[in-house]
Design a binder for this molecule. Structure first.
Ligand SMILES: NC(=O)C1=CN([C@@H]2O[C@H](COP(=O)(O)OP(=O)(O)OC[C@H]3O[C@@H](n4cnc5c(N)ncnc54)[C@H](O)[C@@H]3O)[C@@H](O)[C@H]2O)C=CC1
Ligand SMILES: O=C(O)C1=N[C@H](C(=O)O)C[C@H](O)C1
Length: 272
């Protein structure tokens, strides 16, 4: 049995992950954690997730270390918000608990800090901006395609629901970094975010990144390769959060055999 703790237990992703874990024979939810001093503390995590009582009460993250120790959690799944996840990753790594992290919106410094702590504490970790199989194939397609279309103008457009806290999406940022690296361009020099005003003509090197927010869009990502007289669009659309949740379950099965001290991603989980 894989003993799993979930932070962000009452969130869109956290509650879906709790529901899915309850359907698996080889894993068990042992802790459900929410914001510090959460008003949800004491409420059963299954009741909150809509599956009835599962005997795991939500706790506030002020008691994270105690909760992880007393529950015997082996892996912590975090889908929260970047500034909170940075602290959770440090604290869980200090307790020797492995990690599956889907939170997005980390700055470069935060992402490096996460990698450093995983290395220092020599724990097993999977961190990915997108746990869907389709998006990870989309990433692979971008890696292969971009060097061939190296003189086309490249623009990235993402669209998400109106509750999303970070922009551009983590997936759009991963796509941008992949494309920039495939073209041997420095991401910090070529990213142009949402043009506005007298910005002048587009340079050949720049890569545009645009975020749309509205309603209940689960997550769309498009990369446009625009030449003279033609254009190619590579697009992924998630219709349901279940695609991310299914990837998290695969990552939970993988993480026990993952290489220690390194940030594994979904390409490691999927072997692609
Ligand atoms: N990698 C992937 O495949 C996916 C990543 N995400 C990312 O996951 C994150 C969460 O997304 P949603 O579930 O839609 O957000 P949400 O807002 O529905 O849920 C976040 C939950 O985290 C809780 N939280 C905040 N700080 C906390 C802390 N210190 N300790 C414990 N809980 C804390 C909040 O109270 C909330 O219940 C976002 O960064 C989003 O971009 C979302 C979907 C897929
Ligand atoms: O916040 C979301 O909802 C999503 N976040 C991830 C991201 O920022 O890329 C993944 C997915 O697109 C849904």
């Amino acid at each position: 049995m894989i003993k799993v703790a979930v932070t962000g237990a009452a969130g869109r992703m956290g509650s879906g992950i709790i529901r899915k874990i309850s359907e698996q024979d080889d894993m068990e939810l042992v802790a459900a954690i929410e914001i510090p001093n959460s008003p949800l503390a004491g409420i059963d995590a299954g009741e909150k997730a809509g599956i009835g009582n599962i005997g795991v009460a939500i706790t506030g993250s002020e008691d994270l270390e105690k909760t992880l120790k007393e529950s015997g959690a082996e892996v912590l799944v975090d889908f929260t918000i970047a500034h909170a996840a940075v602290e959770t990753i440090k604290r869980a790594a200090d307790c020797g608990v492995d990690l599956v992290v889907g939170t997005t919106g980390f700055t470069e410094e935060q992402a490096q800090g996460n990698a450093d702590i995983i290395k220092e504490k020599n724990i097993k970790a999977v961190i990915s901006s997108n746990f869907s199989i389709g998006v990870n194939v989309f990433f692979k397609v971008l890696k292969d395609l971009t060097p061939i279309l190296n003189d086309f103008d490249i623009e990235i457009i993402e669209a998400h629901h109106n509750q999303k806290a970070d922009a551009p999406s983590g997936t759009a940022m991963t796509a941008f970094e992949l494309v920039a690296n495939a073209l041997e361009r420095k991401p910090e020099e070529v990213g142009v975010y949402g043009r506005q005003g007298q910005v002048g003509k587009r340079t050949k090197e720049e890569i545009g990144i645009h975020a749309v927010r509205g309603g209940d869009i689960v997550g769309d990502h498009t990369v446009l390769y625009v030449g003279d007289g033609e254009r190619l669009e590579v697009k992924h659309m998630a219709h349901t959060r279940e695609v991310f949740i299914a990837g998290v379950i695969r990552a939970l099965r993988f993480v026990g055999s993952a290489e220690r001290g390194k940030v594994n991603d979904m390409s490691d989980v999927l072997g692609i």
